[in-house]
Design a protein around this ligand. Sequence first.
Ligand code: FAD
Length: 121
Amino acid sequence: MSRQQAIVVGGGVHGASVFYHLLSLGLERVLLVERKSLACAATGRSTGIIRHHYSHEVTVRVARYSSRVFSRFPETMGRDIGYVNNGLVFLAPARRRAPCGGAWSSSAASAWTRASSTPRA
Ligand SMILES: Cc1cc2nc3c(=O)[nH]c(=O)nc-3n(C[C@H](O)[C@H](O)[C@H](O)COP(=O)(O)OP(=O)(O)OC[C@H]3O[C@@H](n4cnc5c(N)ncnc54)[C@H](O)[C@@H]3O)c2cc1C
């Protein structure tokens, strides 16, 4: 283990992505450590919805980058994962519409604007 250039802890989507990108950057001795099995936690339970509207800029950047990765998955990874870009609609009962359309939307819009105003991650 002491000869590894990097050790990634956790075999969820983030750990797997970091592992892949470190190898893509040219590192050769990267170890992925997982205490149970790959995608055994939140990743394995995900609904698979990919949305870009989050209230934190970094999350928006990760989501937008991920969309590009998923849309090119067959060419880059050699496997069709059935990715469909068909949009997303949030529904809320009328009594909850105000907070949802107010604070949440404006913070998500701000994060989106910040993520869009600087070069791609
Ligand atoms: C029911 C559900 C539905 C979801 N739906 C969506 C969705 O539609 N769209 C979306 O974008 N997100 C969704 N999410 C959120 C998304 O799944 C998570 O944000 C994402 O999977 C987190 O990935 P991760 O790699 O950070 O963590 P995890 O997938 O939790 O992976 C962490 C891994 O680290 C391992 N680990 C922890 N500690 C150690 C240690 N000390 N040593 C070794 N290994 C360790 C764990 O065993 C685990 O495998 C959903 C989450 C849930 C629970």
